[in-house]
Each structure stands twice: as C-alpha cells, then as structure tokens.
Design a protein around this ligand. Structure first.
Ligand SMILES: [Zn+2]
Length: 80
C-alpha cells in the first residue's frame, strides 16, 4: 500500500503485515485512523480504517486438502 505524506509529498510503502496489524489494532480499540509516520519528515499521517481495509489481505477460511498436484512424468528412452 502506497502512502503519501501530505506534508512533504514523500510516498512510501506500507507493508502488508503492518496494514493487517493496523486494522486489527483499530478494530480492537475502536479507532478509525491509523497513524503512519513519514519516513522523511516524521510527520504523522492518518490513514483511515476504510482505506486500510481495502489493502489488507482478507483472512478467510481456506479450504484445505484440495491441492492439485499435476505431475508430468516424461519417460526418456535412452538408446544405447
Ligand atoms: Zn513527510
């Protein structure tokens, strides 16, 4: 997720783990903004929970046991 500092215009990336953490923290505390500090000017940018959710990887129950493993077996004939 690309964050753009509205003070100095510096854009930087926010890691997925950080987004996930932020969403969880906000949901727990009931907050609506996550403070992200600009790496350049140290200004605190507020990212809305709504925005974070768009980028946060959704935690859904994954179906297990249906992995397709296609194996192509090519038998090479060696003529001696
Ligand atoms: Zn900045």
């Amino acid at each position: 997720m690309q964050i753009r500092c509205y003070r100095c215009g510096w854009s930087f990336a926010l890691k997925k783990e950080e987004i996930t953490f932020a969403v969880e923290a906000l949901e727990e505390s009931g907050g609506v903004h996550y403070d992200v500090r600009c790496q350049r000017c140290r200004h605190t940018n507020k990212i809305s929970l709504e925005q974070l959710r768009k980028f946060a990887p959704r935690v859904e129950e994954t179906e297990e046991g249906e992995e397709r493993a296609e194996q192509e077996t090519n038998e090479e004939e060696q003529n001696t």
